[in-house]
Design a protein. Structure first.
Length: 147
């Protein structure tokens, strides 16, 4: 493939991916996941605190970070019409709490049935399962288009 064709191919697909809300939501979630896992690792694996405590504290930091990134980037069409607001933040947290419940369920089931060298592995799986619940709730409830 010629250099020019590679650049055209990359630009075409990059813009399609960049304009996908789900991809932007997933990237934002990826950043939140890194935040979540670092905090969880510090609390649970380094400080030897209970996994539910670590998951909840990590959740609070990650959900706040994700609300702002989703507001200004993922759902940028929504934020053009509406400023950051406490009611929207509460809605976002509510949706995220459902995702957290799924996360905790998966985390605890995995830790009960399997022996992981690090608890953070089970936490990663729990976060991935909760991703779809969070996207649908954010898209349809928190950042829904105004009519």
């Amino acid at each position: 493939m010629e250099k020019g064709k590679i650049i055209i191919f990359f630009n075409k697909h990059f813009h399609r991916i960049y304009n996908s809300k789900f991809i932007r939501f997933s990237i934002t979630g990826g950043l939140g996941t890194v935040t979540n896992l670092v905090i969880f690792y510090i609390i649970c694996d380094l400080l030897k605190q209970p996994s539910n405590l670590g998951a909840i504290v990590a959740f609070i930091f990650a959900v706040t970070q994700n609300y702002f990134i989703n507001h200004f980037w993922t759902f940028k069409d929504y934020s053009k019409k509406k400023k950051v607001s406490f009611p929207d933040y509460i809605k976002f947290v509510g949706v995220a709490i459902l995702g957290l419940a799924v996360n905790l369920l998966v985390l605890n089931l995995l830790l009960f049935f399997f022996k992981f060298p690090l608890k953070v592995i089970a936490q990663t799986i729990g976060i991935l399962v909760g991703l779809f619940f969070n996207y649908i709730g954010s898209d349809k409830f928190v950042f829904k288009k105004q009519k």
